[in-house]
Write a protein that binds this ligand. Structure first.
Ligand SMILES: *Cc1c(COP(=O)(O)O)cnc(C)c1O
Length: 402
């Protein structure tokens, strides 16, 4: 059976070149970068190289890159760090309803400790309206945190516009760019981004490594307390093999960025076209214009996402759903709810996210399998007939339908 992995937004395989670059730092070059003797020179140098590789992918200075244990820690650090550093200036933070839990749960934690958080709504495509941000900023606002790209629906936010508004009001701007890093061109200077989080394992790098970009001059205190690693900003012996892997993955992404975007978009568009024309009552969520090249988000009326995922898995195809009971959660996706979708519509959702290992040959396999499974599930569905009868009453105008 042919295995077609289509869940690159969850994680990605480590590229062979990335692994090859990492291996010597487990065995041969094992020196602690903080040690003074020559055995540790190669690890020290490797960190310098990786910092440069990462920085050049976002047009930052290498000194502005601080390695962390991943995207989650970087998000925690940025938000908690600003909350602490500016606690005498104000206690108000602005974010959105569709952030990753790494941001949302950190904000919820701060709410329990005297901070006030505004969660901005998004439009039906998942975009933050700049005028909403403008209206939410007040004298006590110390931070705006808006994700670069949403991990479920792939919507790209108007980051440049939003960050400009924050800057105009003298408020710091953080973006969770985990899904965008290595998938889209990012320029922290052009966009006035003060802090940016990213992770290794979403761009064919290893898990357990990421970084926080902190604009020069911005004083964020250490989030992990201990030794003086990362210029006394992030304690703990450096994950040298992980850092080398992240650096290599960033270098490869930098070289192949346009080619990768084109590759993903070509497969994505073919998949969208074939699925929506072959399977009736199928829809695409999110934005067509402002969308990550590798993201597809479908809805199939009358079926349950988790049944779909399990049956696809039996046929060797891996995807994700925002439906209830999936991913260990009992409630339907808060991201899809924020788009204004009814629970019944969220239940039939399917996210397919593409990567370099996919090819156009996957398209037919996926479409044929999907067509068959959706038809089977519909024959078993108690809501499918009802929905068909009531379909005239539905207003589908806000979604692309074929
Ligand atoms: C995966 C992801 C994270 C978490 O990154 P880890 O490295 O897994 O901790 C944070 N934000 C977004 C948008 C993500 O997709």
């Amino acid at each position: 059976m042919r295995q077609v992995y289509l869940d690159y937004s969850a994680t990605t395989p480590v590229k062979k070149d990335v692994l090859d670059a990492m291996i010597p730092y487990f065995t041969e070059f094992y020196g602690n970068p903080s040690s003074l003797y020559s055995v540790s020179e190669p690890s020290k140098e490797a960190i310098v190289t990786a910092r440069g590789q990462v920085a050049s992918l976002i047009n930052a200075d290498a000194k502005e890159v601080f390695f962390t244990s991943g995207g989650t820690e970087a998000d925690n650090w940025a938000i908690m760090g600003v909350a602490d550093a500016l606690k005498n200036k104000g206690n108000h933070i602005i974010t959105t309803k569709i952030e990753h839990h790494a941001v949302l749960h950190t904000c919820e934690f701060l709410e329990k400790h005297g901070y006030e958080v505004t969660y901005l709504d998004v439009d039906s495509e998942g975009r933050v309206r700049p005028e909403d941000l403008k209206a939410a900023i007040k004298d006590s606002t110390i931070l705006v945190s808006v994700m670069f790209v949403n991990n479920e629906i792939g919507t790209v936010q108007p980051i440049k516009e939003l960050a400009a508004i924050a800057k105009e009001h003298g408020v710091l701007f953080h973006t969770d760019a985990v899904q965008a890093f290595g998938q889209l061109p990012i320029n922290v200077d052009e966009c006035n981004i003060d802090m940016l989080s990213a992770s290794g394992h979403k761009l064919n790098g290893p898990k357990g490594i990421g970084f926080l970009y902190i604009r020069k001059g911005l004083k964020l205190r250490s989030f992990i307390h201990g030794g003086a690693q990362e210029r006394a900003r992030r304690a703990g012996t450096e994950n040298v093999p992980g850092i080398v892997g992240l650096g290599k993955a960033a270098e490869l992404a930098n070289i192949h960025l346009e080619e990768r975007m084109k590759h993903n978009q070509e497969i994505r568009d073919a998949l969208m076209e074939k699925v929506t024309s072959n399977i009736k009552d199928s829809y695409v969520h999110g934005s067509m214009e402002n969308r990550l090249p590798n993201n597809i988000h479908f809805r199939f009326s009358g079926i349950e996402g988790e049944s779909l995922i399990l049956r696809l898995d039996k046929k060797g195809i891996n995807g994700a759903t925002g439906s209830a009971c999936s991913s260990k959660s009992l409630s339907p996706s808060y991201v899809l709810s924020a788009l204004g979708l009814a629970d019944a519509d969220i239940h039939g959702s399917l996210r397919l996210s593409l990567g370099t290992e996919n090819s156009l040959e996957d398209v037919d396999t996926v479409v044929d399998t999907l067509e068959e499974i959706v038809a089977t599930l519909r024959t078993m569905s108690p809501i499918w007939d009802n929905e068909k009868n009531a379909s005239i009453a539905f207003d589908e105008s806000s979604f692309t339908s074929h």
